[in-house]
Design a protein around this ligand. Structure first.
Ligand code: PMP
Length: 350
């Protein structure tokens, strides 16, 4: 057979593949636990789900037509207060991250990534043939204002996945003012935080802020994200993004979810109060502004993760995240019952 694989892009060999961790079925198969006894606290999903209005909205969708994002964009505009020309959409924020990286990064460019953080940034950078520069965070997981001058992109996640802390507005502004590059501000968890930095996009021509409906709105399965960007970036984005990547179902459901903020806020408030309860009860948990906790574990995180798995509790072992080391797990805040089960299991392991 000819060596067809030699046609692969050479930089693909350096990719660290993204790892969503075990899914429910795999845990069930490997550990012999029935599906209903498995608790997924590994993906920062919302345990309460979306507004019931999304089911109604999905009913009238004309499936013979290609999707039209106009109404969804209008709903994002009403929710964020930004004009439609500053809003771009994607099949999950993941698609937005990879598309924006493609807009700015080429072979041997550098992108600055304060770590630990969301793994996809590094992958998106490498997919462009560019190089991620992983910068360790300061104490308290703060991001340093000292940045490499030659970075074409800088990825700032606030609140940060997995550490949970927010970046101060002052730091984001200082970085955006210093760099000649583009700052991607990831606000996937903004609704769970005290403060959003979205408005600073108005004053900076080099900040693009990503958002998602996967977390606070409980729509991770629909793959729906948006970004607030300066209009010059929006124009370029629309040139390169796939035209119809978001399904009509997702757009209709997303619009309905954005029109039911009461539902979203009620769920966020339940999650935030549980987050604070858990934070107080877990030694080694970092204060969090997201829907998850970053926990420094007294024994290796891989070992703790495995012990929890045997009890049907799936959490994220952070050891595969650059900069996280081998002693951290990330646990999603679930319902009070789920959290109690987690706490009991976690305490019993040590
Ligand atoms: N950014 C961060 C920080 C995330 O944690 C995630 C999802 N886990 C995303 C972006 C991607 O979200 P989406 O589901 O919209 O692709």
């Amino acid at each position: 057979m000819k060596d067809f694989a030699s046609n692969l892009n050479p930089f693909l060999s350096e990719l660290e593949p993204d790892d969503a961790g075990l899914d429910r079925e795999e845990v069930s198969r490997r550990y012999g636990i029935s599906l209903e006894n498995i608790m997924m606290l590994s993906r920062n999903e919302n345990p309460y789900g979306p507004s019931p209005r999304v089911w109604e909205a999905a009913k009238g969708v004309p499936l013979q037509r290609y999707p039209n994002s106009r109404h969804f964009v209008k709903a994002v505009s009403d929710y964020t207060g930004f004009s439609e020309e500053n809003i771009v959409v994607g099949a999950g924020m993941d698609e937005i991250i990879t598309t924006i990286a493609r807009l700015f990064l080429g072979r041997s460019d550098k992108a600055l990534i304060p770590v630990p953080t969301y793994n996809l940034y590094g992958l998106a950078v490498r997919l462009c043939g560019a190089r991620p520069v992983y910068q360790p965070r300061l104490p308290g997981f703060e991001v340093s204002k000292e940045i490499t001058k030659d970075a074409k992109m800088i990825f700032l996640c606030t609140p940060n996945n997995p550490t949970g802390n927010s970046i101060s507005e002052e730091t984001v502004r200082a970085i955006a003012d210093t760099t000649d590059g583009i700052v991607f501000l990831d606000e996937a968890y903004a609704e769970f935080a005290k403060k959003s930095l979205l408005n600073i996009v108005k004053e900076h021509d080099n900040i693009a802020a990503g958002r998602t409906l996967s977390k606070a709105f409980g729509l991770a399965g629909l793959r729906l994200g948006y970004a607030i960007v300066p209009s010059w970036i929006a124009e370029q984005y629309r040139r390169v993004a796939p035209l119809f990547s978001i399904s009509s179902f997702s757009l209709a459901a997303g619009e309905a979810a954005l029109r039911d903020l009461k539902h979203m806020r009620q769920n966020v408030s339940k999650i935030v109060s549980e987050r604070e309860r858990m934070h107080c009860r877990i030694e080694g948990a970092n204060p969090s502004q997201g829907n998850f906790l970053y926990i420094e574990t007294p024994i290796r995180s891989a070992e703790i993760t495995d012990c929890l798995l045997r009890r049907g509790i799936v959490v994220r072992d952070c050891s595969s995240m650059p900069g996280a080391g081998g002693n951290h797990i990330r646990v999603t805040v679930g319902t009070p019952e789920q959290n109690d089960k987690f706490l009991e299991a976690y305490w019993s392991i040590q």
